[in-house]
Design a protein around this ligand. Structure first.
Ligand SMILES: NC(=O)c1ccc[n+]([C@@H]2O[C@H](COP(=O)([O-])OP(=O)(O)OC[C@H]3O[C@@H](n4cnc5c(N)ncnc54)[C@H](O)[C@@H]3O)[C@@H](O)[C@H]2O)c1
Length: 476
């Protein structure tokens, strides 16, 4: 049996705690966290408690944990977008292998520094482009490689960000503002650009892009609306984005469950939506129902980040209502300091003349990607939603169609369609078996980031970007 890989965690937030932390708790024979760096006391203590990390191995920042001697095989870097470069460079210098969250860096200079540091230190570094590891997208890749589509001619790919995810993350939340985070085409779509590059198999040649911020602007705020939803807004009963609907009534979660094709989940959705009093009573008898009644996971969890301990464990409606009076997540969506786009299209010509377009927007009824690949022999249509996934092949010669992949939503949710766990498995496997770099290594990741920055430049400067020139500029 392989030895347990030991790890340090930098940033015990949503990804660090819930994805990598939960993996280690579920598979203790594969991964063990031995130290954590996290400035938010509550998160640091919770992580240390769950993973039985001694006090002297808990730190308040990446600087402090990396000032110590190396004491594990790998560093998981799970800080926010603008805090990827320095911790990663330092961890590599210290001799850690690194699993780094996407985007690799919020600047191209940062990407290049990381690539160079990986080469210089000869360490293994993987980027968390989890979608390449899903069954869904590896099936698509396999279909292309086996020639089932003939020659691929065109790909049409959509990143349909749900209305609630847009409001939560890109209007009120962490990724709302370019200066504080990164452009949305990089932050949200480095996955999609990476998939397009991977599916086509060669680099991009030309890129153009359009888009902007159309809806979430002050000019769309209702007349006399307050800054916070709960301060008595005249349209609170009809506003899609009224904060208590999202964080107390958990309409996003209900809508995900309603759209699932599992009957039990639909029943639970109905119970939460229409019979809250009954659910409250039942949840006193059946502990499992407490999760649904007093929802604390996404999108609620970030509301509690950094709050004092006495309220950090209170998930009642009253406590949430109080928090929404001052939380960034309680703000009117038309009165935030957001400036990232809410819709963008990108056109790409690849070096082998394949054309592709990516549409990203924040107004979808459900969260997920859809794609259509047209080849000389067949057409592939894929639906990759939180609520279920399906790939259908349409053969041109026979005129037949075949569903080659289908998956339902599980009770535990999709976790990026299984990509989160598969990525960690693959990364640990590489650490055990060889010195080769993972599928989503730093150099491989650069292309998607170049495409994102080029799309941003094209959109802002209204020009077609020649990728050969763009790459040359970056290299110099
Ligand atoms: N792979 C994916 O599909 C995927 C999905 C979601 C988010 N992400 C990326 O993962 C990263 C983290 O996202 P998240 O949702 O977990 O964010 P988060 O805000 O929940 O977590 C980041 C954590 O870093 C901590 N932190 C801040 N300063 C620190 C410091 N100096 N030292 C150590 N820790 C520090 C914060 O307190 C916070 O707890 C982001 O870059 C995000 O873009 C990737």
């Amino acid at each position: 049996m392989d030895k347990v890989i030991t790890a340090i965690l930098i940033g015990a937030g949503n990804r660090g705690m819930d994805v990598y932390g939960n993996y280690a708790l579920k598979y203790p024979d594969k991964l063990k966290f031995v130290a954590v760096a996290e400035p938010i006391q509550f998160r640091k203590e919770k992580f240390a408690h769950l993973h039985k990390i001694p006090l002297n191995r808990t730190f308040n920042s990446w600087e402090k944990i990396l000032a110590e001697e190396k004491f594990a095989d790998v560093a998981f870097v799970c800080t926010q977008d603008q805090l990827h470069i320095e911790p990663t460079l330092k961890a590599l210098d210290k001799g850690y292998n690194v699993l780094l969250e996407k985007p690799m860096a919020h600047t191209l200079e940062g990407c290049i520094k990381i690539i160079k540091k990986v080469e210089e230190t000869n360490r293994i570094l993987g980027i968390s482009h989890v979608l390449r590891y899903t069954k869904f997208f590896s099936t698509v890749k396999d279909v292309i490689l086996k020639g089932k589509l003939g020659n691929v001619i065109n790909i049409s790919h959509r990143e349909n960000v749900s209305w609630y995810h847009m409001a939560h993350s890109f209007v009120r939340g962490n990724w709302r503002n370019v200066e504080l985070s990164s452009p949305m085409i990089l932050q949200k779509c480095c996955h999609d650009l990476d998939l397009l590059y991977w599916m086509v198999g060669v680099k991009s040649k030309k890129i153009s892009s359009f888009g902007g911020l159309k809806h979430f602007t002050l000019s769309n705020a209702p007349k006399d609306s307050p800054n916070f939803c709960v301060e008595g807004c005249s349209i609170e009963k009809t506003c899609l984005y009224y904060a208590p609907r999202i964080y107390i009534d958990i309409i996003p979660i209900i809508q995900i469950l309603e759209k699932s094709n599992i009957r039990g989940l639909k029943i639970l959705a109905n119970l939460r939506k229409k019979h809250v009093r009954l659910l409250t009573t039942l949840s006193k008898l059946i502990k499992l129902l407490q999760r649904l009644r007093y929802w604390r996971e996404w999108p609620v969890e970030p509301l509690y980040s950094g709050l004092p301990e006495e309220i950090s464990e209170d998930y009642t409606d009253e406590a949430k209502m109080e928090i929404l009076k001052t939380s960034p997540y309680g703000r009117c969506v038309y009165k935030c300091d957001n400036d990232v786009v809410d819709h963008q299209v990108v056109n790409i010509e690849f070096e082998n003349s394949v054309t592709a377009n990516l549409t990203m927007h924040g107004f979808s009824e459900r969260e997920g990607r859809t794609l259509r690949i047209d080849g000389t022999k067949a057409t592939l249509i894929g639906k990759f939603f939180d609520s279920g996934q399906k790939i259908t092949l349409f053969d041109h010669f026979s005129g037949t169609k075949e569903v080659i992949f289908s998956e339902k939503l599980t009770i535990e949710g999709s976790a990026h369609g299984g990509g989160d766990v598969a990525l960690i498995d693959a990364f640990l496997d590489i650490l055990h078996k060889s010195k080769t770099q993972p599928l989503t290594n730093a150099s491989e990741t650069l292309e998607s980031h170049l495409m994102a920055f080029a799309a941003n430049e094209s959109r802002l400067q209204a020009k077609v970007v020649d990728m050969e020139n763009f790459r040359r500029l970056v290299e110099n």
